[in-house]
Design a binder for this molecule. Structure first.
Ligand SMILES: Nc1ncnc2c1ncn2[C@@H]1O[C@H](COP(=O)(O)OP(=O)(O)OP(=O)(O)O)[C@@H](O)[C@H]1O
Ligand SMILES: [Mg+2]
Length: 229
């Protein structure tokens, strides 16, 4: 059976002649695994997230060599809508992901765009709000929630597309300790459901929930042994 994520000999540069940010990078992530990735600032962690999520090569230009396989299928051959139902991306700042005036509209937006039937959307909204423990905020305005709560809504919005894989790019770095604790608990709940996750983080406390931690350096991933460089 194919792995949820398999990266083979991936190299990437944003333009011809520019530095190669990723160089012959390999990565395999098993179903239900949480893989943590650390690395110095500017080393290419977000670039790797863009490659894992199909944003590279589908949205950003640049030169990508090698392959990212999601459930055995090359990200080059998958369309972005197909990738969006396979893999969800959560960013550092929830405000870049949230735009609606109430939580329900926010959560409905993704599935509505994919023409999911109304009754199924309503069912998913209830389900994802329960997963992130935000049932009481269904009619709230996201802008009136705390940073941690907004991040949980951003996660819920991603979960509404029922992805099997989740990528967190420093998703805990702008939220308080309470928000971090909640998000970690949600991630462990998702792991129990068999979701596969990659989390970029620099805080070893957060990375305790990871099954293993890798360090990105020189464009490749190595087992983390305490040093970033
Ligand atoms: N769109 C772009 N065009 C050209 N260069 C870019 C682009 N995005 C990022 N870079 C460069 O690629 C390198 C890696 O950036 P990236 O954002 O992936 O690193 P990062 O490890 O996520 O950094 P941080 O720790 O600050 O989040 C940096 O040198 C950055 O300047
Ligand atoms: Mg980054």
């Amino acid at each position: 059976m194919s792995l949820p994520i398999e990266v083979k000999d991936l190299s990437f540069q944003y333009e011809e002649g520019a530095a190669k940010i990723l160089r012959h990078l390999d990565l395999s992530v098993a179903k239900g695994e949480i893989v943590g990735i650390v690395g110095l600032s500017g080393i290419g962690k977000s670039t790797l997230c863009f490659c894992l999520s199909g944003i590279i090569p589908h949205v950003y230009g640049g030169i990508m060599e090698g392959e990212v396989l999601l459930n055995g299928q090359s990200s080059r051959e998958l369309s972005l809508p197909t990738i969006a139902t396979t893999l969800g991306l959560v960013f550092q700042n929830p405000d870049h992901q949230l735009f609606a005036f109430n939580v329900e509209d926010e959560l409905a937006f993704g599935p509505e765009n994919l023409c999911v039937p109304r009754a199924e959307i309503a069912r998913r909204i209830e389900e994802v709000l329960a997963i992130v423990g935000m049932q009481d905020y269904r009619h709230a305005n996201p802008q009136q929630l705390s940073g941690g709560q907004r991040q949980l809504i951003a996660v819920a919005a991603v979960l509404c597309l029922q992805p099997e894989i989740l990528i967190f790019d420093e998703a805990m770095s702008q939220i308080d300790a309470e928000g971090r604790a909640k998000l970690k608990a949600v991630m462990l709940r998702l792991k129990d459901q068999g979701k596969t996750m990659v989390m970029i983080d620099h805080d070893l406390d957060n990375l305790q929930i990871a099954d293993r931690v890798l360090v990105l350096k020189e464009g490749r991933l190595f087992p983390y042994t305490g040093s970033l460089s």
